[in-house]
Design a protein around this ligand. Structure first.
Ligand code: GLY
Length: 591
């Protein structure tokens, strides 16, 4: 297996932008690793470990994040005794600068926290909300036909109330140890003095140049003098530095009810494809605490964020079904038949039932009930691909007619895993949805397009879709920030970007780590074989391609494609071991 992983890593690092990537309607998925550049020696060592397929080790604290600058900012806080929540804020504010296409102040996030002192798990919902003036026809034309995806995304219509700043403040209120203003220092310095544009950011800007040109502030930043930013350009963002200075001094009030709020609303309402976000939406925004959702797998509890995310429910369903089956190893096509069809069954339930449970009833407990999952696992005992899959009938007090969802989620997003000196564990997935979100920029940050995670259709044949748009509702997500417990103690923190592929990325990495004996770096680098809706997607240019003939003989339609996860994980034991996905630019740092 180690040979397969090393070979995979070499392939990934060398992969150029392919014709398929350019043809996809999604942003290109490049595979690059940032050079150590201006970073300290710990970054060079972390990049070397990642290239060698080895985890980074530490004994007291660790962070794994999508960019070396962000990991360094979090590490500096942890090394000084700060909490995982403090380190998250330092890392998130840097990610919003150096990886602006994926997450930032204009987006939303879900946070899972394990408290070492109490043994309790908390999940916080920083998801964007639909404006109070939104209607179920937000993404339909005058005849009620769904808009094209990018016609909906680009402009003000797709922008939901950002949740990330409020989530940062709530996490700091609950678990912060470091003074709030200090947490903005590194991001402010980098924004003021400049940072080198990474290969991935440069490639994404070049690919998206046409859409980035639509809004003048966005164009001025990403396409200075009309040309896309290039790799290695030193980019400064004085507007972002000023926003951070305001947040550091005044907290999040200016963002939700002051000058920044007014700028957000004006930007959304005056943009092409104008939206209906208002000052009331911003001032009413809250970060609810929700019950964690856990599923049982190999005697462990795999826990994460419940509705409005489908992440923990769908990851839990896949693992809960496989808990009843003999999953052998990654070279065995039979393994991938079971994993793939477990994914299809989970996605069938997801499309029917999962949405914001504050607005529609969701059979949350029924979906991960072990008896229900054992019954669903019974469907996987054949030796061919299931002819068809349909949603099941989980135990539910609110049984009601619903039809399947039609929302499209394309790859984007970022994930941070952290363990602090006190043993607290944080797993947070953070997003502005599509790469560069709505393409609207204000005060140095991009605004999300999270509302396109709703179903564009509200009903079919008069029957409602659970994930339809409604005022104040949070769009369904696939984000799956996860903490795995054994005997009530944390053993793994993990999560990934990747749109709805987040679910299989996270589930498969947990299987690889728990069942196949891979170290955490090998597990996050494992070649992907992903089945959500029936097509079996194999990661192009990797040993996963070898599964194609056997899977086709079982009845699957197979596609080779670029599957760009961004898994960041920490295995927690006597030693902390961090893994960073070789498909992206991140690293793990620890001591
Ligand atoms: N927008 C990505 C997700 O929430 O799953």
């Amino acid at each position: 297996m180690r040979a397969i992983i090393s070979c995979l890593t070499a392939l990934l690092l060398a992969a150029p932008l392919t014709a398929q990537q350019a043809a996809d309607t999604v942003a290109p998925e490049v595979s690059t690793v940032a050079g150590a550049g201006a970073h300290g020696p710990a970054v060079a060592a972390a990049l070397a470990a990642k290239s060698a397929g080895l985890p980074v080790e530490g004994r007291t604290w660790m962070i794994a994040a999508a960019n070396p600058h962000a990991a360094e900012a979090g590490a500096a806080i942890l090394a000084a005794g700060g909490s995982a929540a403090d380190a998250m804020i330092a890392a998130q504010t840097v990610l919003g600068l150096v990886e602006p296409q994926s997450s930032g102040l204009g987006g939303g996030a879900f946070l899972v926290w394990f408290d070492a002192a109490t043994g309790e798990m908390t999940t916080l919902d920083g998801r964007e909300t639909a404006p109070l003036a939104a209607t179920p026809r937000l993404f339909q034309d005058a005849d009620g036909k769904p808009l094209g995806f990018f016609d909906a995304v680009v402009g003000g219509r797709s922008v939901g109330t950002p949740g990330t700043p409020a989530l940062m403040a709530e996490a700091h209120r609950r678990w912060g140890k470091t003074p709030w203003p200090r947490l903005f220092d590194d991001a402010t310095r980098l924004a003021r003095d400049g940072f080198a544009v990474s290969p991935r950011l440069a490639a994404l800007v070049a690919y998206d140049a046409e859409r980035l040109a639509v809004h003048s502030a966005t164009a001025a930043y990403f396409l200075p003098d009309g040309a896309p930013l290039a790799e290695g350009d030193i980019l400064k963002n004085p507007a972002y530095a000023e926003t951070l200075r305001v947040l550091a001094r005044q907290g999040t009030r200016p963002f939700y009810s002051g000058r920044i709020a007014a700028d957000i609303v004006r930007t959304v309402q005056e943009a092409p494809n104008a939206g209906v976000l208002s000052l009331a939406d911003l001032s009413l925004y809250t970060v609810p605490e929700r019950p964690p959702v856990c599923a049982s797998f190999r005697g462990m509890d795999v826990c994460g964020m419940g509705p409005p995310s489908s992440g923990a429910l769908s990851v839990g369903q896949i693992l809960g079904m496989l808990d009843h089956l003999p999953v052998t190893g990654p070279e065995d096509p039979e393994t991938w038949r079971m994993i793939g069809d477990a994914g299809r069954l989970a996605f069938a339930d997801r499309g029917r039932y999962i949405a914001d449970s504050d607005h529609v009833p969701v059979p949350t407990e029924g979906l991960v009930d072990p008896v229900y999952l054992a019954q669903r696992a019974g469907l996987l005992r054949g030796d061919k691909a299931l002819d068809s899959v349909a949603p099941g009938q989980p135990e539910w007090d609110h049984a009601r007619a619903l039809v399947d969802d039609e929302s499209l989620e394309l790859p984007s997003t970022s994930h941070i895993s952290i363990v602090d000196v006190d043993g607290n564990v944080l797993s947070m997935t953070t997003t502005i949805e599509n790469a560069f979100g709505s393409r609207l920029m204000t005060n140095g940050f991009l605004l999300n397009n999270e509302l396109t995670d709703f179903s564009f259709r509200s009903h079919r044949d008069g029957v409602p879709i659970a994930n339809r748009v409604a005022p104040g509702k949070r769009p369904r997500s696939s984000m799956a920030p996860t903490i795995v417990l054994r005997g009530g103690r944390p053993v793994l923190a993990i999560g990934s970007p990747g749109g709805s592929r987040i679910i299989p990325y996270v589930a498969h990495s947990i299987i690889a780590w728990a069942d196949w004996g891979l170290n955490i770096q090998e597990a996050v680098a494992l070649p992907h074989a992903v089945n959500r809706f029936g097509t079996y997607d194999l990661e192009a240019g990797t040993p996963a391609e070898a599964l194609q003939p056997a899977l086709e003989a079982m009845g699957y339609t197979v596609k080779l494609r670029d599957l760009n996860s961004g898994l960041h994980a920490i295995e927690i034991g006597e030693v902390l071991r961090g893994g960073a996905d070789p498909r992206r630019e991140g690293i793990a740092l620890g001591r």
